[in-house]
Design a protein around this ligand. Structure first.
Ligand code: NAD
Ligand code: ZN
Ligand code: ZN
Length: 438
C-alpha cells in the first residue's frame, strides 16, 4: 500500500511541498518513535486570554493511541465557547485547544493496526470505537465506550500526554488538541483519509463542514423541493446549506446578523436572507412563516435580501407556506433554538439543533409545538459516523459533488494563531487555516 502510494505520486510531474514531506515520512522510520517529542503548542493559560506559543513535551502514544504531526488546523466556534468558559467541569486551564485538523501519523502505540506511520489522518472529536451498541447501530453516532466523561484528558484514562516546560500537565480539548505541532489521539478518534484531497479541504471535514453537511443529509434527510431555514451562517450553517442544496431543497433561507453573510451564503445555495437586526416590526419567526412575495423584495437585491421590506413594506405573504420543513440552529443560543422550532412547519417540521449553547442556558419548548407534530432533534457531528462517513465525503469532494471551496477565507501561520480568534469573533472569517510549518 505504501509502495503503491509512493509510485503513484512519483509519476506526477510536480509534487506539492506537503506531499514531498509526507513521502519522506513514509519512507523513513520515525526517529522519535517511543520517545517524548519537544515541540511548540499554543497554550491557553486562562479563560479568554490570548494563546501563548510555548515549548511542550508530547508523550509517546500508549496502547490504542496514535501520535500525529499536525499539518494544519482551524478554529471552530466550539473552541471559542470553551476558551471563554471560566467555571464548571469542562473548564480546564492551562489547555491546548483545537479540534479541527489534519495530520500525518508519526507513531502508533500497541494494538493499533488501523493506521500506520505516514498515513494521512483526520482527528475527530467524536470517538467511533466501532464495537459498542451505538457505534454498531445506524441510529447513533455517540459512542458509549468513550462518552464525554473525560473532558480534559485522553478518552480511556483521562490522563494528559502534554507537559509544559516546568513538567506540569496541560489539559486536552475534545480528545484532539490540535493547536500543537504534535498531538496524541485515541485510535477511536482517528480517521484514515486519502491523500488526494488537499490538506486545507481535508481539515474542514474534521469538524464544522462535516457537521453541517451531515445534519442536512443524515439527521434531517432533507427532501427534494423542501424549504430549509438556517439560523447562523458560519461554517456549520453554510455547510447545512450545501447539504440541503445537494439534497434538492428548493428554498434555503439564511438568518444571520452579519450582512457579509448574504454574499457568501449565495455561493452555498442560500436563496433568501433575513437579518434579524432589521426585523423591527416582525419577529424572524413571523417572517419565516408568512412572508414570500417577490413584490416586496428590496430593490437593492431583488432576489435575495428580505430585511428592508420589513421596515418599509407591509406587503407580506407566505414565505414558507406555513413554516419551514427543516430548521437548523447553528449559532448556540437557546433563544434562537426556540425561534428555529417556532419557525418550523406544524405537522412535519423538523428542527435540528447543532449549536453548542454558549452560556449553558436550557432550552424550553412549548408542548403545544410538539403536539402540533413538530420534531426537535440535535446532533454532534451532524450524525456522522466518522470512520465510514468521512471517507464518503472525501470521495464526494474528489468527484466534484461536494463544494468545499469558499469555506477557507483566511490562512495564517501557527505563530499568528490569535488572529484566527480575532477574525472569527469579528465575523470576518468562515474558516481560517492555521499552517503549522508555514
Ligand atoms: N453539533 C456539533 O457537533 C457542532 C460542531 C461544530 C460546531 N458546533 C457549534 O455550531 C455553532 C456554529 O459554529 P461555527 O463554527 O459555524 O460558528 P461561526 O461563529 O462561524 O458562525 C456563527 C454565525 O452565527 C451568526 N450569529 C451569531 N449570533 C447571532 C444571532 N443572535 N442571530 C443571528 N445570527 C447570529 C454569526 O454572525 C455567524 O455568522 C457553534 O455553536 C458551535 O459550537 C457544533
Ligand atoms: Zn468544531
Ligand atoms: Zn463506540
Amino acid at each position: 500500500m505504501v509502495n503503491r502510494e509512493v509510485h503513484k505520486r512519483s509519476i506526477q510531474a510536480e509534487e506539492p511541498e506537503q506531499e514531498k514531506g509526507e513521502m519522506e515520512e513514509n519512507k523513513c522510520p520515525s526517529k522519535t518513535e517511543g520517545k517524548p517529542i519537544r515541540c511548540k503548542a499554543a497554550v491557553c493559560r486562562k479563560a479568554g486570554e490570548a494563546l501563548v506559543i510555548e515549548e511542550i513535551e508530547v508523550a509517546p502514544p500508549k496502547a490504542w493511541e496514535v501520535r500525529i504531526k499536525v499539518l494544519c488546523t482551524s478554529l471552530c466556534h466550539t473552541d471559542v465557547t470553551f476558551w471563554k468558559l471560566d467555571a464548571g467541569p469542562a473548564s480546564a486551564f492551562p489547555r491546548i485547544f483545537g479540534h479541527e485538523a489534519v495530520g500525518v501519523v508519526e507513531s502508533v502505540g500497541d494494538y493499533v493496526e488501523e493506521v500506520k506511520q505516514g498515513d494521512r489522518v483526520l482527528p475527530v472529536f467524536l470517538p467511533d470505537c466501532g464495537e459498542c451498541r451505538d457505534c454498531k447501530s445506524t441510529k447513533s453516532n455517540c459512542c458509549t465506550t468513550f462518552p464525554f466523561t473525560h473532558y480534559n484528558g485522553m478518552p480511556r484514562d483521562g490522563s494528559s500526554r502534554f507537559k509544559d516546560s516546568n513538567g506540569l500537565d496541560l489539559s486536552h480539548f475534545l480528545f484532539v488538541s490540535s493547536f500543537a505541532e504534535y498531538t496524541v489521539l485515541d485510535v477511536a478518534n482517528v480517521v484514515k483519509i486519502s491523500s488526494d484531497i488537499p490538506v486545507d479541504k481535508a481539515c474542514l471535514l474534521s469538524c464544522g463542514v462535516t457537521t453541517g453537511v451531515g445534519a442536512a443529509w443524515k439527521v434531517a434527510e432533507v427532501e427534494q423541493g423542501s424549504t430549509v431555514a438556517i439560523f447562523g451562517l458560519g461554517a456549520v450553517g453554510l455547510a447545512v446549506a450545501e447539504g440541503a442544496r445537494l439534497r434538492g431543497a428548493s428554498k434555503i433561507i439564511g438568518v444571520d446578523l452579519n450582512p457579509d453573510k448574504y454574499g457568501i451564503g449565495k455561493q452555498f445555495g442560500v436563496t433568501d436572507f433575513i437579518n434579524p437586526t432589521y426585523c423591527s416590526e416582525k419577529s424572524v419567526v413571523e417572517v419565516l412563516i408568512h412572508c414570500s412575495s417577490p413584490a416586496c423584495f428590496d430593490q437593492f437585491d431583488r432576489d435575495f435580501v428580505w430585511y428592508k421590506l420589513l421596515v418599509n413594506d407591509q406587503v407580506i405573504r407566505e414565505m414558507t407556506d406555513g413554516g419551514a420543513d427543516y430548521c437548523f440552529e447553528c449559532i448556540g443560543l437557546a433563544s434562537l433554538m426556540q425561534d428555529a422550532i417556532n419557525s418550523s412547519r406544524p405537522g412535519w417540521g423538523k428542527t435540528v439543533i447543532l449549536g453548542v449553547e454558549m452560556h449553558g442556558s436550557p432550552l424550553s419548548v412549548s408542548s403545544s409545538e410538539i403536539l402540533r407534530g413538530k420534531t426537535v432533534t440535535g446532533s454532534y457531528f451532524g450524525g456522522v459516523k466518522a470512520k465510514s462517513d468521512i471517507p464518503f465525503f472525501v470521495k464526494k469532494y474528489l468527484h466534484n459533488e461536494l463544494n468545499l471551496e469558499g469555506f477557507v477565507t483566511h490562512e495564517i501561520s501557527f505563530q499568528d494563531i490569535n488572529k484566527a480568534f480575532d477574525l472569527l469573533l469579528q465575523g470576518k472569517s468562515i474558516r481560517c487555516i492555521i499552517w503549522m510549518d508555514k
